[in-house]
Design a protein. Structure first.
Length: 217
């Protein structure tokens, strides 16, 4: 088992304490930094498995002006050995995971238990931007990855979940003020191209699969 350096260990302890006390302003508003971080991270992940970037960064990449502390990524369900190779590649290229340096712990104790892990640039000292990484957990995620697309308006070499998926999840499942504003922004940008039937289909699937399962849990 690998152990973090003292600097990383103590910063992780401070990170957890500060996050619980909400004393750190972790949002970042510089889109140029977010774009660079996202493209670099995604280019490494693409060598190992399929992924999608979804949620808030999709709206930000389309010009929505708001801060964020992280970018959301969903990976296809990979085997442990594949994830280990991916993690080692990320570390080799200057990223570090906030939770642990041990990819086996990350995979068994976080990802396979439907949790998430966060990567940051090592040289930035555990400050944003962060990539929050999860494994696909159900049919909804699998479908998003299967139908992933690049969105030319963003000018980013990144695979995103579809605009219809992002709008449906924000309006039907997430529903915070920030999420609703993100959805409105995407509706304006893609006013002439949005497939409302597809959005409604996805919303029905969210109700049957995600919301129903969360109520049971």
């Amino acid at each position: 088992m690998s152990f973090p350096t003292p600097r990383i260990y103590y910063f992780r302890k401070y990170y957890k304490l500060a996050s619980s006390l909400k004393i750190m302003k972790r949002e970042i508003e510089d889109k140029t930094i977010l774009d660079k971080f996202a493209e670099q991270f995604c280019s490494i992940v693409e060598r190992h498995c399929k992924y999608i970037v979804c949620s808030g960064f999709v709206a930000i990449a389309h010009g929505r002006s708001r801060g964020t502390e992280d970018i959301d990524m969903i990976l296809e369900r990979v085997k442990e050995e594949n994830f280990i190779e991916l993690h080692e590649d990320l570390v080799k290229n200057g990223f570090v995971c906030v939770q642990s340096d041990d990819p086996k712990i990350l995979f068994k104790e976080y990802l396979t238990k439907k949790g998430s892990i966060r990567y940051v640039w090592k040289d930035e000292g555990f400050f944003p931007p962060e990539m929050e990484v999860k494994l696909a957990k159900d049919e909804l995620d699998n479908e998003q990855i299967k139908n992933r697309i690049k969105l030319p308006l963003t000018k980013l070499n990144i695979y995103f979940s579809s605009i219809e998926n992002n709008i449906a999840f924000k309006e039907e499942l997430l529903r915070s003020d920030k999420d609703m504003e993100d959805a409105r922004h995407l509706r304006i940008i893609y006013k002439e191209k949005i497939d409302e039937n597809e959005i409604n289909r996805i919303k029905e699937k969210i109700k049957k699969i995600r919301i129903k399962n969360e109520r049971i849990a």
